[in-house]
Design a protein around this ligand. Structure first.
Ligand SMILES: [Zn+2]
Length: 283
């Protein structure tokens, strides 16, 4: 892929007391995909994509950050950690090593998000995080990757959910670390929480998010049942993909296997055992 130059985008929006920090790489005048970090007082939840590190470093609205809570190790959530100095960084325990020594990204993801830099010290996320008048509980949100956390403020009924809710309403591609039945189980747990605003990692604040989430649960349930039924008939992954007429998005080949329909189908098959025992799978 030929890349002449990379233009970065940084946008700041406000939602109640929250500063929404949107970062992305620009392509033809538009963001390829936004990723959101959120400033709450002097706390930052997630840190944006690495290509925007200089913009974030020089952004007046991001001065005075003291603590960063990282939801998970993916590069679009950790890339700007190093834009901040003298901050305490927290992350889910099993992600710490991957945040300290990030994997070398392929060309496509270098372009879309940027390579995160090494980070020296990362502490495990505490169970309770107090910031000004807010008291957040750390909530495990497994499925998107093994060890992802969100933070929940029960008084305000806010959940900062990172990548727990799939971006497309009809998700049919996945990364190898994704566990589709567990994503469904986590979404159902979120549906049972008292939430007025969901602060999504790629869509920003979503008010009254029940319908937004339910559409995604319903679709994944339906396609899971179809995949399992074809699997029981003895069809292979490729045959299931053909039978369901699943096609990847324009960028899928560029991800060099990081995103695939095969990962999605394989997860539905192998992670569905024992079928629908979502209690077990959410542990
Ligand atoms: Zn992610």
């Amino acid at each position: 892929m030929m890349i002449a130059s990379i233009n970065m985008m940084l946008e700041i929006e406000h939602f109640d007391e929250i500063v929404c920090v949107k970062t992305a790489t620009e392509q033809a005048g538009q963001a390829i995909m936004w990723v959101y970090a959120y400033r709450i007082g002097n706390l930052l939840f997630d840190a944006g994509c690495g290509n925007a590190r200089e913009e974030v470093r020089n952004c007046p609205e991001l001065e005075g950050i003291e603590r960063i809570i990282i939801s998970h190790y993916h590069e679009d959530h950790i890339g700007c950690i190093r834009a901040f100095e003298d901050v305490v960084i927290y992350a889910p325990e099993q992600s710490i090593e991957l945040i300290q020594n990030p994997d070398e990204l392929g060309e496509f993801f270098q372009y879309v998000w940027g390579q995160p830099e090494k980070v020296e010290k990362v502490l495990p996320v505490p169970d309770v995080i107090i910031e000004g008048d807010f008291e957040f509980e750390a909530i495990p949100l497994p499925g998107h990757c093994k060890n992802m956390y969100g933070i929940y403020e029960p008084e305000r009924k806010w959940l900062f959910s990172a990548d727990a809710i799939p971006l497309p309403s009809k998700k049919t591609i996945a990364m190898p670390e994704e566990n589709i039945p567990q994503i469904i189980a986590t979404m159902k747990r979120i549906q049972n929480m008292d939430i007025e605003v969901l602060f999504d990692g790629h869509r920003g604040p979503i008010e009254n998010p029940k319908e937004h989430i339910q559409v995604r649960i319903d679709f994944l349930h339906k396609i899971k049942d179809e995949i399992l039924s074809y699997h029981e008939q003895g069809k292979s992954v490729i045959e299931i993909q053909t039978a369901l007429e699943l096609e990847g998005p324009w960028y899928m080949d560029l991800t060099e296997g990081r995103f695939g329909i095969d990962h999605f189908i394989n997860s539905v098959i192998k992670d569905s055992i024992p079928i629908d025992n979502e209690e077990v799978q959410s542990v």
